[in-house]
Design a protein around this ligand. Structure first.
Ligand SMILES: Cc1cc2nc3c(=O)[nH]c(=O)nc-3n(C[C@H](O)[C@H](O)[C@H](O)COP(=O)(O)OP(=O)(O)OC[C@H]3O[C@@H](n4cnc5c(N)ncnc54)[C@H](O)[C@@H]3O)c2cc1C
Length: 425
């Protein structure tokens, strides 16, 4: 079959957090936008939107209550960090626009205007984050106030133990209890998303209320794994609160996470009216540069199905997990354009000898160097292409899992890259 031909102002490569955000920002600015990618890490993400939680990494003193102060300290020490190329007001605008879009599409987020909130994790620790799904917010308050609280899990589900959470937190939260509930027909191997869908059925909700009631006593809040529905979470929480007379909140689960896939669902709903040309579950397989500077890209699932002619590109193809970067035996390569990748000089220097090194490994900072406009640098140290911009975890000099800045970095760099591209197109 002959490949279809398509034209756009901008092709966003990647459907992870950075790619979704870039497609949104580009379409909102009126650019004709095409969007290609396989499933990104969003489905694995906890649903929390971190901005900056930890710096320097590997120290207790590095945990920031105020992420803006953390960013100031970070960019002073690491002027190559991507946050050093974005103003605070741009970062704030990007996150406000992103969360407003989610809100409009049925997914509410909240948080402190300028502060990080501490969210209970499935390990029983707490982590600093900037924007919290509304379904988790009452857990932030319960933890702050140390109010009488029950954490419950469901017999049969794996990798979420209310007992572990209560045991880990009880030294600082004496009025924290836990319970294990038996829900009908819960199979041990059920996928989290299926369980969350099952929770939307009236029978399951009745069973949950019945099981919880005897445990309520004097508790002011009940924490449950973030499996309370995929699209109807707000209704489920409201019904539980009315029936049980307590606050109810969700606790993030380990990946794959339903809270992460709620973000994807909100995007799928909200992006389609924006007339974005979708090339989902497809990858960019090759490119040419046309004499006028436009790119011509081959796109398909396993073989070339379409050609897209784009005036500009936002490259948000992620790191190793997303496949934007590829490590062979000698070096790390960028997968589509073969752009130079900033990396340790030899493979033997990729890792610290201590596997669990608190400060992480040098390879964690590998990625694309860019100019001040977020255009990846070519071999000569100048922008490789004047109309190619990069965003998200593919960028060098950031270690998002340790710095707790994953989604904030993805959203803010996508915002800035799109803004710079608008000035170009
Ligand atoms: C387990 C886990 C937990 C997380 N928890 C949090 C959290 O608590 N808080 C937080 O803020 N962030 C969290 N994140 C991080 C966040 O969700 C993002 O994953 C991260 O910011 C990186 O996003 P990204 O869009 O840059 O890359 P990715 O999500 O990796 O997306 C890369 C995209 O590029 C596409 N791609 C690659 N090559 C091609 C190609 N040739 N053609 C087309 N498309 C291509 C991929 O298919 C994919 O869609 C978590 C992530 C993970 C994995």
């Amino acid at each position: 079959m002959k490949p279809s031909k398509n034209k756009c102002d901008v092709l966003v490569i990647g459907t992870g957090m950075a790619g979704m955000a870039a497609a949104l920002f580009a379409a909102q600015k009126g650019l004709s936008t095409a969007h290609a990618g396989m499933t990104g890490a969003i489905n694995f993400s906890s649903g929390l939107l971190d901005l900056l939680g930890v710096y320097p990494i590997g120290t207790q003193a590095g945990i920031w209550k105020n992420p803006w102060e953390g960013i100031e300290a970070l960019v002073q020490d690491m002027p190559q960090h991507p946050f050093a190329r974005i103003s605070k007001s741009e970062i704030r605008e990007s996150i406000d626009e992103f969360t407003a879009f989610l809100e409009k599409n049925g997914l509410s987020y909240t948080g402190y205007p300028d502060g990080n909130a501490l969210v209970i994790t499935p390990a029983g620790t707490v982590k600093p984050t900037f924007r919290v799904p509304l379904s988790m917010w009452k857990g932030v308050k319960a933890y702050e106030e140390k109010s009488p609280c029950l954490i419950a899990d469901f017999r049969g589900i794996k990798a979420f133990s209310s007992r572990q959470i209560a045991e880990t937190l009880k030294h600082e939260w004496p009025e924290l209890r836990n319970a294990r509930l038996s829900l009908p027909n819960l199979k041990a191997d059920i996928y989290p998303k299926h369980l969350a869908q099952t929770m939307e059925s009236p029978d399951m909700l009745e069973a949950l209320i019945r099981e919880l009631k005897p445990h309520i006593g004097n508790v002011k809040a009940v924490g449950l794994p973030a499996l309370l529905g995929v699209c109807k979470t707000a209704q489920i929480l409201s019904r539980l609160e009315t029936e049980l007379g307590t606050d109810i909140f969700e606790i993030p689960t380990i990946p794959p996470s339903v809270a992460g896939s709620r973000i994807r669902a909100a995007f799928e709903k909200g992006l389609s009216p924006l007339k974005i040309q979708p090339f989902y579950q497809k990858q960019v397989m090759g490119f040419q540069r046309l004499p006028d500077g436009n790119f011509l890209l081959d796109v398909g699932h396993t073989e070339k199905e379409s050609q897209i002619q784009a005036k500009g590109i936002i490259l948000a193809s992620g790191r190793f997990f997303g496949k934007g970067l590829h490590a062979d035996r000698k070096q790390i390569r960028e997968s589509i354009f073969d752009l130079p990748v900033s990396q340790p000089q030899s493979r033997s220097k990729w890792h610290d000898p201590d596997f669990l090194a608190p400060a992480g490994h040098p390879v964690n900072l590998a990625g694309l160097e860019t100019d001040e406009y977020f255009r990846p640098l070519g071999k000569g140290g100048k922008a490789a292409y004047e109309n190619l911009f990069a965003a998200g975890s593919i960028l060098a000099h950031q270690d998002w899992p340790r710095m707790k800045c994953g989604s904030g970095l993805a959203i803010a760099t996508a915002y800035k890259a799109v803004k710079e591209m608008c000035a170009y197109i």
